[in-house]
Design a protein. Structure first.
Length: 149
């Protein structure tokens, strides 16, 4: 599935690190930064998450709610949040249902070997639930700059 700017962001229901289930539609009326990342505690994902953490106040002032999502377990997310002092929730999507809705579970290639993995992508969703921007070339160390530009 290929999503485009202006489309409604697909609604979903999924657990966050606390085990609580959230729905994207719970955030109507707020702007949402929904960032898909490959794996907790890896260098690029840590850089990206920490950049959002370090600029969290500016993102909040701009009216954004930040939600990260990967196929890691809730337990893994708890450790990642604690280790990196992340002030926002991480969604657990081990069955890739949300990834499939957003087209972020893709075939990748490394050293000639093909495998399935997460396309690091951020969706900026407006107050009405529409996709305002899709960032597919994520700068892990300056992701907030890409969002707030």
């Amino acid at each position: 599935m290929s999503l485009e700017v202006g489309q409604m962001a697909p609604d979903f229901e999924a657990p966050i690190e606390s085990g609580e289930t959230i729905k994207l539609s719970d955030y109507r009326g707020k702007k949402v930064v929904l960032y898909f990342y490959p794996k907790d505690n890896t260098p690029g994902c840590t850089a990206q998450s920490c950049n959002l953490r370090d600029n969290y106040e500016a993102l909040q002032k701009a009216g954004y709610v930040v939600l990260g999502i990967s196929s890691d377990s809730e337990k893994s997310h708890v450790k990642f949040i604690e280790k990196q002092s992340l002030p926002f929730s991480l969604i657990s999507d081990p069955d890739k249902k949300v990834h499939d809705l957003y087209g972020t579970w893709v075939e990748k290639s490394m050293y000639g070997r093909k495998y399935m993995g997460t396309a690091r992508t951020t969706f900026i969703i407006d107050e009405e639930g529409k996709i305002e921007e899709i960032i597919s070339k994520v700068k892990t160390k300056d992701h907030t700059g890409q969002i707030l530009k």
